[in-house]
Ligand binder design. Structure first.
Ligand SMILES: Nc1ncnc2c1ncn2[C@@H]1O[C@H](COP(=O)(O)OP(=O)(O)OP(=O)(O)O)[C@@H](O)[C@H]1O
Ligand SMILES: [Mg+2]
Length: 383
């Protein structure tokens, strides 16, 4: 029997998302759902399951972030009696229980690396072993994973396996935050009002136009869950009375999130991006200056340049200071005499000035930096 799972909303983003979900529901491809907290990731996973040929089999949600890492593996794959202290009986894991159904792995970014290795094999072959057993078990569970984390960052920081990430996101579904869904906010509000009226036997008198305006403008950091909870507490605590902006604001303030109305998070994000970009640009400029200096240095020496500028950069990024005279041997000998990057720069600058008989303009040109930068560096190094 199909469970009636509906995703309320008619905004373009949600309509498109529902269409995509219906398309993938017909297949067995793993799906990765990405969305902010409370945006409806589990609702979407249930929607896919309910519209698949697996609808009459189990849908098993597992919150990878809520289960302690030592236990997660035996929860997912099961265990044999005596596999570890406390394993008094053998037990089926979620993958076995979800056979021919769907397993929903929430907060997938929290899965420990050891478990990820086993999980990758399940995705690829459907096979796994219970903890403490050597017998291979096969499960035909459709995998839907979800996260509100930046998975690219988790992969870059080596907290999540890259191969698993790419395998998981065969299909990636992005749930838009509630603040981007326009009038869906009102549609959801109406739905939650009906739910609360039924649940608490209340007749609700409605929102004033100004209060409705606030509902539309509020940034909803907790998304649909926040809206649902707000409506329920509004109806219950205000006993179904007409909601004016003052009453609504009072409740939003009580929820301690109203400040987001005044403080536009997108603005501070933009400022942060601006700072990051300027820092990257500055860094790039400095790297290019250093590269030019090294090239000059290698050029003025008669030896063939064994350490290419790229390699030099690499060794600096590993924080290994390099002695200019030793460039060739640094490549081969770990134990070369080393100086700091500043020393190299200082030496290069003074050599350039010397070779130009003190003419700063010529020296700057030779170093590939501006005269102003050269003066700044002369001052900084006390040359
Ligand atoms: N489009 C929707 N239509 C109806 N109800 C929704 C919708 N989206 C979310 N909800 C409701 O909002 C609540 C939060 O949804 P859900 O648990 O799916 O969010 P989530 O993204 O998984 O949250 P979390 O990040 O906390 O795990 C649930 O009560 C769910 O029923
Ligand atoms: Mg969830």
């Amino acid at each position: 029997m199909r469970r009636n799972v509906t995703i309320i909303g008619q905004s373009p983003l949600i309509t498109q998302l529902k269409q995509l979900a219906l398309q993938v529901a017909e297949t067995d491809i793993p799906v990765l759902i990405i969305g902010e907290t409370g945006s409806g990731k589990e609702v979407l996973a249930r929607f896919i399951h309910a519209h698949s040929k697996r609808a009459d089999k189990s849908f098993i949600p597992v919150n990878c972030g809520a289960i302690p890492s030592g236990i997660l593996e035996s929860e997912l794959f099961g265990h044999e009696k005596g596999a570890f202290t406390g394993a008094v009986q053998s037990r089926k894991g979620y993958f076995e229980s979800a056979d021919r159904g769907t397993i929903f792995l929430d907060e997938i970014g929290e899965m420990p690396l050891e478990t990820q290795v086993k999980f990758l094999r399940v995705i690829e072959t459907g096979e796994f072993q219970r903890v403490g057993s050597s017998e291979m078990i096969y499960s035909d569970a459709r995998i839907i994973a979800a996260t509100n984390k930046n998975m690219y960052q988790a992969v870059a920081e080596k907290n999540f396996r890259e191969d698993l990430f790419y395998r998981l996101r065969s299909v990636e579904l992005q749930i838009p935050p509630l603040r981007e869904r326009g009038r869906d906010i009102l549609m959801l509000t109406e739905n939650f009002v009906h739910e609360s009226e039924r649940k608490h036997s209340i007749v609700f008198e409605g929102f004033s136009p100004e209060a409705t305006e606030i509902l539309m403008r509020y940034p909803w950091p907790g998304n649909v869950r926040e809206l649902k909870n707000l409506i329920e507490s509004l109806l219950v605590l205000e006993k179904g009375n007409y909601i004016t902006p003052e009453i609504l604001e009072k409740h939003l303030v009580q929820r301690n999130r109203y400040k987001s109305l005044v403080h536009d998070p997108s603005k501070s994000e933009k400022h942060e991006m601006h700072v990051i970009y300027s820092n990257i640009l500055q860094l790039r400029q400095e790297v290019s200056e250093i590269r030019q200096m090294l090239q000059h240095l290698l050029h003025t020496r008669s030896q063939p340049p064994l350490l290419l500028p790229e390699a030099a950069e690499l060794s600096y990024s590993r924080r290994e200071p390099v002695e200019p005279e030793q460039f060739g041997s640094v490549h081969e000998k770990e134990s070369a005499v080393m100086h700091t990057l500043d020393d190299v720069e200082k030496k290069t600058i003074s050599e350039a000035i010397e070779s130009c008989q003190g003419n700063k303009r010529k020296a700057a040109r030779l170093l590939g930096i501006t005269e102003r930068t050269l003066y700044r560096k002369i001052k900084a190094y006390g040359l």
